[in-house]
Design a protein around this ligand. Structure first.
Ligand code: IMP
Ligand code: MG
Length: 185
């Protein structure tokens, strides 16, 4: 087990991904996205899934050199609460009309896959030119619904992580690194 740093709160076990590694990976992802969309003739629409993606989206979008528009969507997912597994509901739609545009969904973490599967289908049904996905973290052990991910930051084990936009009960979103939580009993 990694040794906890003295500066970490007591319920965080260790830093999984430090600031420098995040910075380097986001820069590389932006270069991949620039390359993939270099021939499109109108701005790419980045759609961040609130709230968890807001920091990743902010960093990624500032590293892109291709023309792009930033937008957001909010959904509620019951996937982690047990009763209605995998159910996803749209709470706030994009400001942009996505029809006729290349869309890149930007998400904090791929867990069961319910969120991204739902959004990909919903956006494709709107007459978009393409719908692809960039996720900062991926937990392959947790996948239930198959999702095709084009741009992926890091793969992690099946542990609860916080920081860089990700929360535990709204805490720790603004930590500049990704940390592993010690589960509550
Ligand atoms: P899913 O892929 O639809 O199951 O849902 C993924 C969502 O669950 C993410 O967008 C996060 O909001 C949340 N989530 C899953 N795992 C974690 C985690 O380790 N930390 C924080 N949020 C998580
Ligand atoms: Mg999320």
């Amino acid at each position: 087990m990694a040794e906890a740093k003295p500066s970490l709160p007591a319920d965080l076990r260790c830093v999984l991904i430090d600031e420098e590694s995040i910075r380097e990976r986001v820069l590389a992802l932006a270069a991949e996205i620039d390359e993939a969309y270099k021939d499109i003739t109108e701005p790419l629409i980045l759609v961040g899934v609130l709230k968890g993606s807001f920091i990743f989206l902010a960093d990624l979008s500032r590293r892109l050199t291709i023309p792009h528009i930033v937008d957001f969507i909010a959904i509620s997912s019951y996937g982690n609460k047990g009763d209605k597994r995998g159910e996803v509901r749209l709470l706030m739609d994009t400001r942009e009309n996505l029809a006729g545009h290349h869309v890149l969904i930007v998400e904090d973490i791929l867990d069961s896959g319910s969120t991204l599967s739902y959004l990909t289908k919903a956006f494709k049904a709107r007459g978009t030119k393409s719908v692809e996905t960039a996720v900062f973290l991926d937990k392959p052990a947790r996948h239930v619904v198959p999702v095709d991910i084009q741009f992926r930051g890091f793969e992690i084990e099946d542990v609860w992580v916080v920081g860089y936009g990700l929360d535990y009960k709204e805490r720790y979103r603004t930590l500049p690194f990704i940390a592993e939580m010690i589960p509550e009993n």
